[in-house]
Design a protein around this ligand. Structure first.
Ligand code: NAD
Length: 477
């Protein structure tokens, strides 16, 4: 399966033109046409599940099948199904209240597709992050161009072939290639651009889009904290937190990045997390239920984070069995590491970790834990574990994050009814469910004037009538 030569900038612009021309020929596709496109998207996934799983597994050099079934197949199919079921209602023009002084005219919002939506996709959930936004964009009546990551070439090749099989290039097209192609893709004058990836690259994408005044949805990353409250039942919380951290080997945008733990409970926390990890993964090396690190470079980066932290005084506790080689099974599976005695200056506390390392940051008061979070960039996710409702409310009210799960990890991001997106450095805009439909629609405000109305009284030449009306409005509004 050889990949074709990457397209040059002219070819990319040509593809956009083809999609735009097709859009202009049918600017408000019927509900039936949209449902039929989503049906094809559903079939693209459902008919090719094994090929999709095999391609992603090859790209990772070993990825837990069960995790893929959940996140790359089930979530995608359920998102497509929901868009299909609900789009008829969402695309309807909606009456809104008209103020008294504008009567008897009427007001409405008309959802309209934007045109061509571009989507730049990262490697960590390559199918989900390509197709869930695509489903919402198609439901809203748009055309879609996808750019998968260069780090998932097998999946990108497969998706390009399947897209060509199930769709015309004017409906949904996949562009393969490296970072250079991604850069050219981001510079295209899309009607909307979705970017999912790191905050650093998100910044560059925002600049490129701004040149075209292309609106963006930026789904970025960052360091998502998990707060262990003094009221926390650690035996219950540790398996949940550990699951969230080790799912996809920590390569999840909403993975808990570090844990804030009451100083007096650090030892118990370490014990419970170690036990939870051992119960879920008796071993890491060669364990097909534990995912590999995506590339040599990322593997080396994570090892370096541990080494650097140790060099600066941190204690590293491997959660792998004692007889397991610390880092590797000859592939890129990496046993998780708890890091104690970290300082804010260490790279592991400055960068998003995106791997199976969990720094433990002790705190003395809840205020101090909240201040620690608020002194940093706004996280994509925040987790709170405990029983004390007042403490929970205090954290919810005094921190700003993309989303929150209370007493568990990750799950708020897996719900179609909750908007998914960051805030500040962790992102702009949101999608999932109706929020996705809205993100890729223009809600066009329309005021329809009545045949008989009082607006003629406001026309020049101004005189007594206008003054009386203005006086009336002043007294009543
Ligand atoms: P990345 O930022 O390195 O790359 C993402 C994509 O951007 C790739 O497809 C790449 O080809 C493209 N790209 C690279 N340079 C570009 C440029 N100058 N202009 C345009 N495109 C460019 O991210 P990654 O390593 O693939 O993914 C990991 C990051 O993504 C983490 O930070 C993670 O938190 C974040 N993430 C966020 C979400 C979310 O929904 N918020 C989901 C998954 C991952």
């Amino acid at each position: 399966m050889n990949a074709p030569l990457p397209p040059n900038a002219n070819q990319l612009a040509g593809l956009l033109e083809v999609q735009r021309a097709a859009f202009l020929a049918d600017m408000l596709p019927s509900a039936a046409a949209r449902r039929e496109r989503l049906q094809r998207l559903h079939a693209l996934v459902a008919d090719n599940e094994e090929a999709i799983l095999a391609a992603i597994d090859a790209d990772f050099g070993g990825r837990a099948r069960q995790e893929m079934v959940l996140t790359e197949l089930f979530i995608v199919r359920s998102a497509i199904r929901q868009q299909r079921r609900k789009l008829g209602r969402w695309m309807r023009e909606r009456r809104v209240a008209t103020p008294l002084h504008m009567l008897p005219g009427s007001s409405a919002l008309m959802p309209q597709p934007l045109g061509v939506v571009g989507n730049i996709v990262p490697w960590n959930y390559p199918c989900q992050l390509a197709l869930v936004p695509a489903a919402a964009a198609l439901a809203a009546g748009n055309r879609v161009m996808l750019k998968p990551s260069e780090l998932t070439p097998a999946f990108a090749r497969l998706l390009a072939q399947l897209a060509a099989q199930y769709f015309s290039p004017a409906e949904l097209a996949v562009v393969e290639g490296g970072v250079e192609v991604s850069r050219e893709f981001a510079a295209l004058p899309f009607d909307h651009l979705v970017f999912t990836g790191s905050t650093a690259v998100g910044r560059q994408v925002a600049v490129a889009a701004a040149r075209n005044l292309t609106p963006v949805t930026l789904e970025l990353g960052g360091k998502s904290p998990a707060i262990i409250d003094t009221s926390c039942d650690l035996a219950q919380a540790a398996p949940r937190l550990t699951f969230g951290k080790l799912f996809n080997a920590g390569q999840t945008c909403v993975a808990p990045d570090y844990a804030l733990v009451p100083r007096a409970r650090v030892a118990d926390f370490v014990r419970e997390v170690s036990a939870a990890a051992a119960a879920m993964y008796p071993h890491f090396a060669g364990n097909a239920q534990y995912t590999s690190i995506i590339s040599e470079r990322h593997h080396a980066r994570l090892q370096q984070l541990v080494r650097e932290a140790q060099g600066q005084g941190a204690t590293a506790l491997s959660l792998g069995p004692a007889d397991e080689a610390q880092a590797t099974d000859g592939g890129r599976r990496m046993a998780p590491v708890l890091l104690l005695d970290v300082t804010p200056e260490m790279a592991v506390m400055r960068e998003e970790i995106f791997g199976p390392l969990l720094p433990v940051v002790p705190y003395d008061t809840l205020q101090e834990a909240i201040a620690f979070i608020n002194a940093r960039e706004r996280p994509l996710a925040l987790y709170w574990f405990g029983q004390d409702r007042r403490h929970c409310d205090q954290v919810l009210r005094s921190t700003i994050s993309g989303g929150v799960t209370v007493n568990d990890a990750l799950w708020h991001a897996a719900q179609e009814n909750l908007p998914f997106g960051g805030v500040g450095a962790s992102g702009t805009g949101a999608y999932h469910g109706e929020h996705g439909f809205l993100a890729f629609s223009k809600q066009k405000p329309i005021y329809r004037q009545a045949r008989l109305n009082g607006f003629g009284l406001f026309r020049p030449p101004y005189g007594r009538v206008f003054d009386t009306l203005a006086d009336f409005l002043k007294r009543h509004l």
